[in-house]
Write a protein that binds this ligand. Sequence first.
Ligand code: IPM
Ligand code: SF4
Length: 469
Amino acid sequence: MTAPKTLYDKIWDAHVAHESEDGTCLLYIDRHLVHEVTSPQAFEGLRMAGRKVHSPEKTIAVPDHNVPTTAGREDPSQMTEESRIQVEALDKNAREFGVHYYPVSDVRQGIVHIVGPEQGWTLPGMTVVCGDSHTATHGAFGALAHGIGTSEVEHVLATQTLIQKKSKNMKVEITGKLKPGVTAKDITLAVIGETGTGGGTGYVIEYCGEAIRDLSMEGRMTVCNMAIEGGARAGLIAPDETTFEYIKGRPHAPKAGQWEQAMEWWKTLFTDEGAHFDKVVTLKGEEIEPVVTWGTSPEDVLPISGVVPAPESFKGGKVEAAKRAIEYMGLTAGQKLTDIQIDTVFIGSCTNGRIEDLRAAAEILKGKKIKDGMRAMVVPGSGLVRAQAEEEGLADIFKEAGFEWRMAGCSMCLAMNPDQLSEGERCASTSNRNFEGRQGYKGRTHLVSPAMAAAAAITGHLTDVRDLM
Ligand SMILES: CC(C)[C@H](C(=O)O)[C@@H](O)C(=O)O
Ligand code: SF4
């Protein structure tokens, strides 16, 4: 009998094309997602070497980071020079090298990590890479998915392989049931609050347990999306009926005839009884509260009922970091989190820009208005999410509440397009990073779930969404 394997071991073993004595491997890559920020030099490298894209049929390109989200955005004059150059380069490269391409004018355009699963490109047991750290999102399907650098993008374009060393196995188990008002975003933030941003360094995380099994595919994507903020190479979840159900019928999913064969492989994708994990973290689902970040690192997580911590309550170098974070965020130690006033709300990003996220926010906003003076925007993760939300009447709920209803893109998640915070503005954001200046120069970010973002938009301060339910 062979030794029991983890899900990660199984996917890894199935993709190793060559292994060197020092353990460095050449991995076969099933899907390569490409966006405009990290690909221009890679394509240019190919061009200069006179090479072609090895597997254009496995390469998917979509502009997302720089694209404006307002009407008339096809007009290049809406972008800064730098943004325009990147978007135009992707357009030229995608067409010239013949890869799958969803330009801004295509309703399927959106954030690469939302478009991939939506179109059925991401499937269980695959290796998926992209020149983007949030590629971890695709791990929700039981795929080994992670970010790569621009020189690796060029390598994958040219060879459909990647040089990698294997990470260690980590298990994150969320037992039991979540309480009402607690979501996948709260799980993933709570895990980072527990492990810290370095807790996953050197590991691939497998998320498991009843609370994970109970999540929809979209919730699972939210969880895996932030594996990277926990420091992990990738995050993954074993596929099950929820996964297969989601995939079936998507444009690039296996068709009738091929489906059964695919399922044979997919059904083997679970961690064997007794397989070894190098690290295990367990959280009780029923103990997770709706959470927010108070500082400038995704690990600065607290239940919404908490107070801004005293820097002295931290250890070692963290004391100084906490002092700086509190100062940057314009807060005082001991201040109740629910007393923090918010002036901007951003609902979107590859963490929380899917239809269920919009439904969750709309559910809270229905028939209500956002606080006077509040700037609030919804940026659907793809054109198809946007269309679906319009069809379901969610767009009307957002607009009637006072939200701006935008076109798809990364938007204020990292402010590479015109959607930015101005100095000192404070945002409740459904994105994944609260770094200094991430959403605009000297802007301040509190990471929350979509329902919590909606609650803050109504009250004008960080709010326990359960008070509005
Ligand atoms: C621009 C891109 C390389 C970057 C990433 O890799 O994550 C961005 O998507 C982000 O979220 O910060
Ligand atoms: S939505 Fe944000 S986190 Fe996701 S890819 Fe875009 S910039 Fe990165």
